[in-house]
Design a protein around this ligand. Structure first.
Ligand code: FAD
Length: 537
């Protein structure tokens, strides 16, 4: 059984810091929400490493918003619903497509410089978008530009205290109300941070898998601490594998953005043959799950560990100007995007599920909000449409701020303690455990799943459960406990959903089954043990 808290504590004996609002995470969701909140509140923005360590910092392709006259919210809505394969919440998508442009205006006001062409925003197209609606910055460095602009503003803001290199271990709850967070400083000291509202913006879970485009901070901390606190966690089986990450000896799984295919790149198997016409009429621009599985099929049929992406038919100037980051990165490994076909393979990229929220970012725990990749707002359904995640963070960030502006103060500071008498430290190095978990997830809860494999994966993961009885002290140990929690949630949900849809593919149930499965899976620790906790909405 997973306990409510990762460590034993007594709030009466810990130093207390009081603020108005706690924001956990410094990606686009955390920075943007903190800046908007700071107009009326004092905010403590906690992040476990530097302001540059987030998924946001690596976003390349861009941010989807209806800007062009030839585009409309209705078209953006239709594309999003189609990619989501029947599981999007329509009202949430409505909010996204109508309020996205407002959020983009806010980003510009806060100093983000998007690329322009002839005095207008330059717009590109990505997989499964029917129109050019993706704004980008410095070619293919959109996330970096957003983080640069927003973190500069946050650091200058007198109402925002940035706590970098601070790790949030757990959310503190009393009577299903979040009253703050237990935070560990770099030197190991623990603090009780109290606020009238807490906004979880802690990103995704890429590190669950051996191959991922996500940086090492993506360890599912938020979704796991929310689960421990008793929040509803939704649709965890839907994991997006990006079809094209660099697959070259010695190189990390660097993302070769969807925008490269958006600008006309072709996929070829190792014999040089194009293959997407066998799988989908949209060819290289089919939804990501279809392209990823097509690539895996080709890899299996040709007994190769990669396929190629080929954009060599475009001019050298165009490639260097449009994809400067990707071009330079590949060149470091001796691969020239302008003349070489680049070897690529799928890698874990995005967590579609997360902490369930309503249309205002409110979770099932009072005073706890979730925003960005950690949340399940209903926008993405079973598969995220490319470049919708950055927009989702700003649209729901704005809505959360409106809610918090109306929230009453906390009646008093909590005096909670929690004691499982944990005295034995971990014996095995946590690095080994993490690698083992990542291998289990690739093997059993990866791109292709089956009941037998998922059950095997579950059993292997459960052997690690004694970690929750150990005395944890280090950041890496908490992260492993969070990865384990999230691995169990993902595997349990994947086992339960006996169909294939979006980012979830079962070899034993290869068809989509709307009659039985047009619904979310929701896990909550209070309902029953982990194998039985799935309820339906
Ligand atoms: C390579 C790559 C390319 C992408 N390209 C695009 C794109 O072009 N368009 C698009 O829309 N999306 C893209 N995505 C997805 C998108 O970047 C993310 O979904 C989005 O940036 C998530 O933002 P966030 O603020 O929710 O989380 P993040 O940006 O991941 O930020 C999470 C923050 O939480 C902090 N944190 C986590 N746990 C703790 C803890 N326990 N204590 C304290 N702090 C904690 C982290 O350090 C970090 O600061 C891409 C993702 C990747 C990896």
């Amino acid at each position: 059984m997973i306990p409510s808290y990762l460590v034993d504590f007594d709030l009466n004996t810990l130093p207390v810091v009081k603020t108005d609002v706690i924001v956990i995470g410094a990606g686009i969701a955390g920075l943007f929400t903190a800046l908007k909140l700071s107009e009326q509140h004092r905010v403590v923005l906690v992040t476990k490493k530097s302001l540059l360590d987030s998924n946001t910092r690596y976003a390349q392709g861009g941010i989807a918003a209806v800007i062009a006259e030839t585009d409309s919210p209705q078209l953006h809505l239709e594309d999003t619903l189609l990619a989501g394969a029947g599981l999007c919440e329509r009202d949430a998508v409505d909010a996204l497509v109508h309020e996205g442009p407002l959020g983009v205006k806010d980003l510009v006001k806060l100093g983000t410089k998007f690329d322009e062409e002839n005095g207008e925003f330059a717009l590109t197209k990505e997989g499964a978008h029917s129109r050019r609606r993706i704004l980008h910055a410095n070619g293919d460095a959109t996330g970096f530009e957003i983080v640069r602009a927003l973190s500069k503003k946050a650091l200058e803001n007198h109402n925002i205290e940035v706590w970098d290199n601070h790790f949030v271990i757990d959310l503190i709850t009393e009577n299903n109300e979040c009253v703050g967070a237990l935070v560990q400083k770099d030197n190991g000291e623990r603090i009780y941070l109290s606020g009238k509202a807490t906004v979880l913006c802690s990103g995704g879970c890429g590190q669950l898998y051996r191959y991922t485009t996500n940086p090492d901070v993506a360890t599912a901390d938020g979704v796991s601490m929310a689960y421990r606190a008793g929040a509803n966690v939704r649709d965890m089986e839907f994991v997006q594998f990006h079809p094209t990450s660099l697959c070259y000896p010695g190189a990390p799984r660097f993302l070769i953005s969807e925008a490269v295919r958006g600008e006309g790149a072709l996929l070829r198997n190792i014999h040089g043959e194009r293959f997407m016409e066998k799988y989908d009429p949209q060819l290289e621009l089919a939804p990501r799950d279809i392209v990823a599985r097509a690539i895996v099929n080709e890899m299996e049929q040709t007994k190769a560990t990669f396929v190629y992406i080929d954009i060599t038919h475009k001019s050298e100037d165009f490639i260097k100007h449009r994809f400067p980051t990707i071009y330079k990165y590949c060149l470091e490994y001796g691969l020239d995007l302008t003349t070489d076909w680049i070897p690529v393979a799928p890698a874990m990229h995005y967590m579609m599920g997360g902490v369930e929220t309503d249309l205002n970012g409110q979770t099932s725990i009072k005073r706890l909000f979730a925003c960005g990749e950690v949340s399940s707002t209903g926008v993405h359904g079973a598969n995220r449409l490319a470049s919708n995640s950055l927009s989702e963070a700003i649209v729901f960030g704005r809505r959360i701020v409106e809610q918090i502006n109306q929230l009453a103060e906390l009646p008093s500071t909590a005096h909670i303690s929690f004691n499982l008498n944990r005295k034995t430290p971990l014996m095995q190095p946590v690095v080994e455990k993490r690698l083992k978990l990542q291998r289990i997830m690739v093997r059993y809860t990866g791109l292709k799943r089956s009941a037998e494999g998922l059950m095997q994966g579950m059993q292997e993961l459960q052997r690690q459960l004694p970690i929750f009885e150990a005395q944890l002290n280090e950041r890496e140990e908490y992260e492993f406990a969070n990865l384990l929690t999230c691995a169990l949630l993902t595997t349990a949900s994947a086992y339960y959903r006996e169909e294939s849809r979006g980012g979830h593919y079962r070899t034993d149930f290869p068809m989509r089954n709307d009659e039985k499965w047009l619904k979310h899976t929701v896990l909550n620790r209070h309902h029953a043990p982990i194998e039985e906790v799935i309820t339906y909405v």
